[in-house]
Ligand binder design. Structure first.
Ligand SMILES: [Zn+2]
Length: 468
């Protein structure tokens, strides 16, 4: 084969995640422009030339990981707020943080999280931005993600007019900045001024299906259909959420979405832990997608999503990190491994989950969830690729690539990351930014925002575990 490419990733174990799940060893992935030009056995590429060739011998070459649910700005308080249930965690740490955060601090936090993400092999992030969520910050955060070279979505979080369900919650420390009509107008203006062809897309991302005004949810779903985007929200993360909703509206939130005609392929929901069998069937029938966040769900002790049942029913499922604050790492390897382990523990069945499934959810599932042409290594797909070195002792002695990637490897094993055909991580370093400068800016922003928000007590070096 004599062909000229821009980039050749040659000699690795290529986990294509294509429709046949081909594993090619040694294999080569060729990139031209922003797309994958060819994938095959390395022998087929003898005589091919490229502007750059990266030797991937001893490495797995995989589609970049797609993080389907994140709050990147929360990384600024990574390490704080341990041992708190979700509402306590939100009201004592996260909401005060958001109220104190400036645009510059949100940008510093997001750039750091994007840097951390790409270094770990994440090539696409669905970032549900709600701290803060004014138009200026939303725009700046999207551009901050782009400045690192990351693909993804900013789903703008919104609260809207306080709904009746909030009365059942009891503790409302959240300022309700905008009315539902104002939220929808801000979102419409943002969509009008943002090209859908950029590396980052904008979606409506109302914060929570249970605790937002139904008219806000309806408006967001309608905006998504009008602009050809998807929309995103948290759904039944806490055990009491569906009961609160039923008490207010007489049915489960998923059932309401379905009856209101708002469930469809553009609907993407985070968590979906406390949902009924009927809810799962409605999600499957509508083409809606769910983001499973195992590390966050264990960290906050929210519960275990019934992943097996979702997949059996045919629901599109992707994996999420849910913010670097609820797990302390933007780590796709941890998300995949914990996906496997949580299902086994929850079902007390070692056959309930497999490494292959976790890698599929982290790549192909994420592609279906976000709607980008990514998630597999095959000709014509957008070139979002991660190279994972499997030669370290913890991956040896003779790695079975899929198991090593899911169960043994970690962010530090990622040597090369390509996004949209561009090498973003090269020999383990992020080359689109000054890494030290991004880290220093984020550290300074953490200090200042924690002080302004009155969160200094969280910074104590040792917290008494019995204090709760
Ligand atoms: Zn979340």
């Amino acid at each position: 084969m004599e062909t000229q490419y821009d980039l050749l990733l040659s000699g690795g174990t290529v986990l294509t995640l294509d429709s046949q799940r081909r594993v090619i060893e040694p294999g080569t992935v060729a990139v031209s422009g922003n797309r994958i030009a060819a994938v095959g056995a390395s022998a087929e590429f003898e005589g091919a030339s490229a502007t750059r060739t990266i030797d991937c011998t001893g490495s797995a070459v995989i589609p970049g990981f797609v993080d389907c649910h994140d709050h990147m700005e929360q990384g600024i308080v990574k390490g704080l707020g341990e041992g708190e249930a979700v509402w306590e965690w939100l009201t004592t740490l996260i909401f005060p943080l958001g109220d104190a955060m400036t645009v510059e601090e949100a940008v510093a936090a997001t750039r750091y999280a994007a840097f951390e993400a790409v270094r770990a092999g994440i090539t696409c992030v669905m970032n549900n931005q709600y701290l803060p969520w004014d138009a200026e910050t939303t725009d700046a955060v999207a551009k901050a993600m782009e400045s690192v070279g990351l693909r993804g979505v900013v789903a703008r979080g919104m609260t809207g007019t306080p709904p009746p369900a909030m009365a059942h919650r009891g503790d409302d420390a959240r300022p309700w900045t905008y009315s539902t009509a104002e939220e929808l107008q801000i979102m419409r203006d943002l969509l009008d001024n943002w090209s859908p062809d950029r590396l980052i897309r904008l979606w409506p991302g109302p914060n929570n299906l249970v605790f937002n005004d139904q008219e806000l949810i309806r408006g967001c779903a309608e905006l998504a259909r009008e602009y050809g985007t998807k929309w995103h929200t948290h759904c039944c993360e806490a055990q009491q959420d569906p009961d609160i909703y039923k008490k207010t509206y007489g049915m489960s939130p998923v059932k309401w979405l379905n009856e209101a005609g708002l469930l469809g392929p553009e609907t993407t929901l985070a968590h979906t832990i406390w949902v009924s069998d009927e809810d799962i069937e409605m999600l499957a029938a509508s083409g809606a997608a769910a983001a499973h966040n195992p590390v966050c769900n264990m960290y906050i002790a929210s519960g275990a999503m019934r992943l097996g049942q979702f997949l059996e029913a045919g629901v599109t499922v992707g994996l999420g990190i849910d913010g670097p604050c609820v797990g302390h790492r933007m780590d796709p390897f941890e998300a995949m491994k914990q996906t496997v382990l949580l299902q086994r523990l929850d079902t007390l069945d070692p056959a309930a989950s497999r490494s292959e499934t976790a890698l599929e959810l982290g790549t192909r599932g994420g592609a279906a969830f976000t709607g980008f042409e990514i998630g597999s290594l095959e000709e014509g797909r957008l070139a979002d690729i991660a190279v994972v070195d499997l030669t370290a002792p913890h991956c040896g002695p003779r790695p079975r690539a899929v198991s090593a990637v899911v169960n043994s490897a970690g962010p530090r094993d990622v040597t090369t990351v390509v996004i949209d055909g561009r090498v973003i991580v090269d020999d383990g370093r992020c080359v689109t930014i000054d890494e030290a400068e991004v880290a220093a800016e984020a550290a300074a922003a953490m200090e200042s925002v924690a002080r302004k928000a009155g969160l200094d007590h969280y910074l104590e070096p040792w917290l008494d575990p019995s204090r709760n």
